[in-house]
Design a protein around this ligand. Sequence first.
Ligand code: MN
Length: 244
Amino acid sequence: MAVYFLSDTHLSAQSPTVYEKFIRYLDSIRRDADELYILGDLFDYWIGDDGIETLRHQPALDALSKLASSGTRISLMHGNRDFLIGTRFADEIGATLITDPTVIQLAARPTLLTHGDSLCTDDIEHQRYREIVLSPKWQAAILELPVSERCARALEMRAMSEKNKKDKSLEIMDVNEDTVIETMREFAVQVMIHGHTHRPAIHDMTIEGKAARRYVLGDWGRGNDAVIRVGSNGEIDFHEARVH
Ligand code: MN
């Protein structure tokens, strides 16, 4: 029995290969997974829980529901693309929405879970964007719009973010090390798991004389589908998502 972590699958009907892989992956962990944590950007974009048909996300809903009803507890965190996922969708798939950040006990150690974009403090523009899109007032106003209008806006925002990314250096878009250490200190953790940066890796550091470790999950769309499995022995296994 095990706990799994993944993020950044960026599901989109336009990328059927990743979509199918994700569905087969959920099926492959069904018997083993007590818990699954999805740490943001499950979807490439989300226009509200009433947009499932428009965005053709019924297959994801079905696969996640199937996993939940076979006994896996699913926890879902928003990313910077799918922050409009609401309780209706979470209820439909039998998942719990968790806030960013969340601290859990993992193998008896407090572990900080976050999508990761809040750690990218060198990217001032993204932090401004984040502040806007996470404001309840802005979200409520967007959700008032008709589905077609929301769809058009989401695509616009996505195109803009892709364009902006091209103008920014990789360093700016990565986490800021000081912010990482500050955050881990603030939450008194020695382990952190996040996604977002699309640079799967394990980073070791020392915080106040103690060994600390930061795991960065992979981005499925770019073939870096690193996930984590923590077995009952407490060992953290960081590996590529294997699908048979
Ligand atoms: Mn992200």
